[in-house]
Design a protein around this ligand. Structure first.
Ligand SMILES: Nc1ncnc2c1ncn2[C@@H]1O[C@H](COP(=O)(O)OP(=O)(O)O)[C@@H](O)[C@H]1O
Ligand SMILES: [Mg+2]
Length: 267
């Protein structure tokens, strides 16, 4: 199993949208996918299972994000099987009971998600972690459990300002517990190609950060929002030129990421 975290500490950057599309793309390639919905708002769960409060509603009968932070969780509690053929670890409102606070390399909670997820390594090809809009120990523990991390960012001052903290957490986790963590980079998302200012800022960012910013990006397209609202990937039910462009962009970019994770033959 390969595990990828989609992480940035700021909300609204496209973490859930990208995490869902990676999961859909992998599922369509017949890979077995596990989706970990760490955002308490449960947007990913709403798309996959039709319910943002599924863990609670189902009486905690399936594995939840809370149990992920308890290394005594036995392999007998399974993730939830969804109608999308993507299994789900749904958000647990009790999560803060198990883990909170700032990065602490000595705490057992830091290693828990890695231990719990390892129990499912034979059952899944890909585990996608939709990280919460937070930093500190929760994010560090998720990064400790991951093979790779990708970080969407929109091109505006506040989003760019947050990148330094994220990079610091990635470095701390690599140094302390997970030297193999692959940084796929910061992927520009919701890029408004009609804005000269934004395109010029993106160019400046690329020259300042170099390879840290992915060569590919996701442009701002209404079809993306509409697709997620109908609980589908953007490449399903394509109609019109703008929608086809969005479909191709998301398919190509997801493929690139899955290739980087060695889950596909590159050709
Ligand atoms: N490339 C895009 N084009 C248009 N809308 C997008 C794009 N990426 C994300 N969105 C929309 O932006 C909003 C925030 O995205 P979301 O994935 O929920 O962010 P996060 O999980 O980081 O909070 C959602 O309404 C989503 O549909
Ligand atoms: Mg989200």
């Amino acid at each position: 199993m390969k595990t990828i975290a989609v992480a940035t500490q700021k909300g609204g950057q496209g973490k859930t949208t990208i995490a869902l599309h990676l999961a859909f793309a992998a599922e369509e390639m017949d890979l077995k996918v596990l989706y970990v919905d760490m955002d308490e708002q449960g947007n990913g769960s709403l798309v996959l299972a039709g319910d943002s409060r599924i863990a609670y509603e189902s009486g905690y009968s399936a594995l939840t994000t809370g149990a992920l932070f308890d290394s005594t969780t036995g392999g007998h509690v399974k993730p939830l099987v969804t109608e999308k053929n993507i299994d789900l670890i749904a958000p647990d409102p009790l999560l803060p009971k198990y883990i909170q606070g700032t990065f602490d390399p000595g705490s057992p909670a830091l290693a828990a998600p890695r231990t719990v997820l390892a129990q499912f390594a034979q059952e899944y090809d890909l585990c996608v972690i939709d990280a919460p809009p937070a930093q500190g120990q929760v994010l560090a523990a998720l990064l400790a459990a991951s093979d790779a991390v990708i970080s969407p960012m929109s091109i505006d001052l506040f989003s760019i300002d947050g990148v330094g903290n994220l990079l610091e957490t990635i470095t701390q986790v690599r140094d302390a517990v997970n030297p193999a963590l692959m940084q796929l980079g910061i992927v520009p998302n919701q890029v408004n190609t009609r804005s000269k200012g934004e395109m010029s800022t993106l160019k400046d960012l690329r020259s300042a950060y170099g390879a840290l910013i992915t060569p590919y990006a996701f442009n701002l397209r209404y079809a993306v929002k509409a697709a997620i609202s109908s609980r589908k990937p953007v490449w399903k039910g394509v109609s019109g030129t703008s929608h086809s462009k969005a479909a191709k962009e998301w398919k190509d970019n997801c493929r690139t990421v899955l290739e980087q994770l060695d889950l596909l033959e590159s050709n």
